[in-house]
Design a protein around this ligand. Structure first.
Ligand code: PRX
Length: 646
């Protein structure tokens, strides 16, 4: 196959901050002398006490420790708001576009300051102090950003829980971080449908104790029960306070937020990010990868409940004084042109979305895109999962009218910001490749024994040295942090992804190599779905794997063994799907369930997932060695019955 390359055009080069020569020079300095490089670029923030130390990090097994700018002090809300006020008080900080196209708001930096300070006062009056954890369970409304920044202003640690998660998932996240405060809304609104957020919080708080205060934003007209002494309406509480609230000075290594994410095993982990390094990294990547210039209108379609929303809706853009768009709705409501209508309505220049959205819009053809202008667009971004070259080309040609560079950005909740991506004025684009590392990032490819591979190679993707946005720990469990990320290939951070590096040094991410599946860009641990399934009274065993899905990238395939005496039926299938949605949330819904009388296990009882994956992918000609199975006939049954999956 001949490789397609889109070279940097004169137009992109003219506008861009970083050309190829600068990329090479800065990259070399950033990896050869990280202290000098980050010492200089750390100055993009306002520090109350400037740092004198820059990098102090170790990936050494048993002694993993990551500290950046460790003697500096600062405040994130001050950096994202207050320091801009002298010259940007009247500039729009947030454009909010409602689910209903007739609803939108422009919030200036001054208004952002006032709303954040008020909410910070509301929290402070209820006892929130530096270091306290605050759980935020909000839809895509400006108050979500206010809440994050209000926590940051007080030095409190926020934990956002995606508003699509179930009461159970919410309860376990509240419990894990011992949060005494919750901020939510009466309801959310997406695609014309209401989401019962406050009811979910009430249900969660029946399962977990310790929450003392719940602040409730009134998003819809629906009334919800309020528990006296615990629950307070946001709009009433802010009436009682002023819009003055001095930002609390925190250390660069004080925690900023916890964000739960799925891994291979066990419950979701609380990924812990700290203040200084995270913000430097979110801001610098936002500026150079998106080539963000003063005055640009920037739109990232992610949800604030995921890391992309943290770094590239809120913190990166606001640290840079940008105008960031928050969209409440979905790409298909009221119709399938919605994204492009919003682009035209607000003159969006930079647009950042996920491959799953691109693929589903692509299925509807070019016409819904072409009937909009999109003349304001200058750059397109992609994140969350591998983008197939066809979708990349469609995005480039149809959405961007072959005029806008497409930046495919590879990163993770753990990395805090983008690690591998093109810079539009420096990097020739290859559809399907996230291309080259950002400044300060040292990727490597190792084989299964951990041996580093040179030149063109395929294997496991590791990062061999620290960067400022790196997670610092798993909340409350540093040992789990070390074991999850630093034990597999000692001395390296292991990403959990596979990758290929081509002869030009470009990286092509091939997907997860662990038991994590990526469904529409959402990370899901197979173990989580399995434990939800076996919690059902009729299920005796379950094994979950990913399989290729045209729109979602990967779908969830569940093999389910029923309890003695239970019969497979379509009704039961539906019941199990509904059960998983209720236990975890709609994003965990199995796409296919195959009832299996037995699962392939080794003699020691370990489920052979490799075989289940192959059957799910319809690759049963290539099942590999099945002789170590306790009962090899199980496999024949699975293959023969695969028509019965739905
Ligand atoms: O497998 C990679 C995939 O998403 C994983 C990280 O998921 P999460 O922590 O939820 O963060 C998603 C948004 C940053 C990675 O391990 N992934 C993310 N971006 C890409 C990607 N795979 C291929 N190409 C990408 N651009």
């Amino acid at each position: 196959m001949t490789e397609i390359i889109h070279n940097v055009t004169d137009e992109w080069a003219k506008r861009a901050f970083i050309d190829q020569k600068t990329y090479q020079e800065w990259y070399a300095q950033s990896v050869n002398d990280p202290d000098a490089f980050w010492g200089e670029h750390g100055k993009r923030l306002d520090w109350f006490t400037p740092y004198t130390k820059v990098k102090n990090t170790s990936f050494e097994p048993g002694n993993v420790s990551i500290r950046w700018f460790e003697d500096g002090t600062l405040n994130v809300a001050h950096n994202c708001i207050d320091r801009h006020l002298p010259h940007r008080a009247n500039q729009t900080a947030i454009i909010w576009e409602g689910d209903d196209p007739s609803e939108s708001r422009h919030i200036t930096y001054q208004e952002l300051h006032d709303r954040v300070a008020e909410l910070a006062n509301v929290l402070r009056n209820r006892g929130v102090e530096k270091g306290d954890r605050v759980t935020i369970y909000l839809p895509m409304i400006p108050e979500a950003a206010f809440a994050m920044l209000a926590c940051a202003r007080l030095g409190a640690v926020h934990s956002l829980v995606f508003a699509g998660f179930s009461p159970d998932s919410l309860a376990s996240r509240i419990e894990d971080c011992g949060s005494k405060f919750v901020i939510t809304a009466n309801e959310g609104l997406r695609g014309g449908r209401k989401v019962p957020l406050k009811a979910n919080v009430d249900a969660a708080l029946k399962r977990v104790s310790g929450v003392e205060h719940v602040v409730v934003v009134r998003r819809t007209d629906t009334d919800v029960p309020m528990e006296p002494g615990r629950d307070v309406w946001y709009h009433e509480a802010i009436e009682q306070v002023t819009s003055e609230c001095p930002p609390v000075e925190v250390n660069a290594e004080d925690p900023l937020f916890i964000l739960y994410t799925s891994g291979s095993t066990g419950k979701p982990k609380g990924v812990l990010h700290t203040t200084g390094g995270y913000l430097v990294y979110a801001a610098i990547t936002h500026q150079y990868v998106f080539d963000y210039h003063e005055g640009d209108v920037y739109w990232c379609t992610a949800d604030v409940g995921w890391v992309t929303g943290h770094s590239y809706i809120v913190y990166g853009p606001l640290a840079n004084g940008a105008t960031t768009l928050i969209f409440e709705g979905v790409p298909t409501y009221p119709d399938i042109s919605r994204f492009w209508q919003v682009v035209d309505k607000h003159n969006v220049n930079i647009f950042y979305t996920a491959p799953t959205a691109i693929r589903s819009l692509m299925q509807a053809g070019d016409e819904p895109v072409k009937k909009t202008s999109r003349a304001s667009l200058r750059l397109l971004g992609s994140v969350g999962e591998p983008i197939n070259p066809e979708a990349w080309e469609w995005y480039y040609r149809v959405v961007g009218d072959s005029r806008c560079p497409v930046v495919d950005t590879w990163w993770q909740t753990e990395t805090g910001g983008i690690l591998i991506a093109p810079l539009p004025g420096a990097t020739a684009l290859k559809p399907g490749s996230a291309t080259l590392p950002f400044f300060g990032v040292k990727p490597g490819i190792v084989d299964n024994e951990g041996r580093p591979q040179e030149g063109a190679a395929e294997g496991n993707l590791v990062i061999t040295d620290s960067w400022p946005g790196q997670m610092r720990s798993v909340y409350g469990d540093h040992k789990r942090f070390e074991e999850t990320y630093f034990a597999t290939y000692p001395g390296c951070y292991f990403t959990g992804d596979g990758a290929r590096r081509d002869a030009d040094g470009y990286y092509w991410i091939t997907g997860r190599v662990d038991d994590v599946i990526n469904v529409s860009g959402h990370r899901m641990g197979t173990a989580e779905v399995e434990s939800a399934l076996v919690a059902h009274a009729k299920v005796s065993e379950a094994a979950v794997v990913g399989y290729p899905h045209d729109i979602k990238g990967q779908g969830i395939y569940a093999y389910v063994t029923l309890m003695e005496g239970e019969e497979p039926s379509d009704e039961l299938r539906k019941e199990l799907v509904a059960w998983v949605r209720r236990e975890i949330g709609p994003i965990a819904s199995p796409d296919l369930i195959q009832f299996a009388p037995g699962l392939p296990k080794t003699r020691s009882g370990k489920i052979m997932r490799r075989i289940l994956r192959k059957i799910a992918e319809d690759e049963f000609g290539n099942l590999g060695d099945t002789s170590t199975l306790a009962d090899p006939t199980v496999v024949d049954d699975l293959v023969n019955n695969r028509q019965n999956r739905h």
